[in-house]
Write a protein that binds this ligand. Sequence first.
Ligand code: EPZ
Length: 423
Amino acid sequence: MDAIRIRGKRALSGRLAVGGAKNAALPILCATLLSDGPSRLRNVPALRDIETTAALLTHLGRPTQFRAPEVLVAQTSGTVNPEAPYDLVRQMRASVLVLGPLVARYGRANVSLPGGCAIGARPVDQHLKGLESMGATISVEHGYIIAEASRLRGAEVVFDIPTVTGTENLMMAASLADGRSTLVNCAREPEVEELARVLNKMGARVDGAGTSIIQVQGQRELLPFDHAIIPDRIEAGTFMAAVGAAGGNVLLENAPYDDLEPVIAKLRQVGLVIERESEMVRVAREGTLRSVNATTAPHPGFPTDMQAQLMALLCGADGRSVLTETVFENRFMHVAELKRMGADIEIRNNTAIVQGVPALGGTGVMATDLRASASLVVAGLMAEGETIIRRVYHLDRGYEHIEKKLRGVGADIERILLQGSLP
Ligand code: EPZ
């Protein structure tokens, strides 16, 4: 079983390239179902979630080739089997993003319910409510969502909460619906805007993405596309936290500065120096880390996908920090592992009180979900001695060769093969 070994306390220096955004690639790959023609996606990172999506599209009847950084989705062969099986959906919740395109393009979809995950129950009620407003009949049988509609019709959909994949699913569905849709209280994440860019390239008419109200004029037919996706703001933010943890001075290539404003603002408060340098972003940390308070929120608030990495950093800060998680109800799984490294953290409901300590100590820890595993990498770079992170398959879902990239700027980090039975 793979694991990651880190020897901490080595300052980082040099250049690090940020890859394409996982959370933009996933919905855009599902959008290929809206058009029969062959589509190409570029700048796609070599991640397990992309492989799962390629397998799902192929299973649905759209042969898909993934050779990073490119994905080719073939022309429809005419017979599409609109069923997303449990075996694929359980590997990746975002598979629910085929629901909107399938019912919009083929009039029916049979998609396994994603079920909960380590960070929360994560229901999809808003996705279903929206499709029902567009005229779909929805039932849930034996763990599968069955959606049917001869043709979806434009509608007003008001989300109870801004949901990222919910907004994306309904935007895609509305792109082939009969008439105009107005989506209200939408998620405003950069990945939602990126999907809208691709839908408009396909001939859809989507306005207002990036704001809380999105208008979509449905079309009869959509075209295939050729598109290079935006860089991954969460991967870039993770690298910034890594520099904060280890110290040093690193130039990030392709870091999406504008999409990272809430993260950059917070990391500057902690004591990092973060500056634009032509197309790149320089990140440096020399002095001590300062404690801060932060509350996660939908974009443009502080992203929940950076909460764990910030917490790891604040374990070494001077003083007491208060972190409040408002997006997911169970996103503190990394706390127990950080405490194994000597962190002083107390949880009260959805708030973590982090008392900075003089030093973390390297030891064996376990990854529990994607961003929790990233926080253990950040902590390992800051710790004295050696840290061994198990269950790195979580990391591989969202970070492309993170150990190689960090080693490239001087980190003492490697992937190792662990003998014996314990995962
Ligand atoms: C997206 O998940 C991202 N995933 C997540 O990134 C990210 O953490 C999340 O948005 C929030 O930013 C992808 O884009 C593939 P939500 P999503 O629907 O869309 C509740 C990562 O680490 N909710 O915006 O599933 C939900 O339970 C991953 O890369 C409902 O109640 O998140 C949560 O509390 C993890 N009913 C809140 O809304 C619904 O129908 C926000 O979830 C939908 C959501």
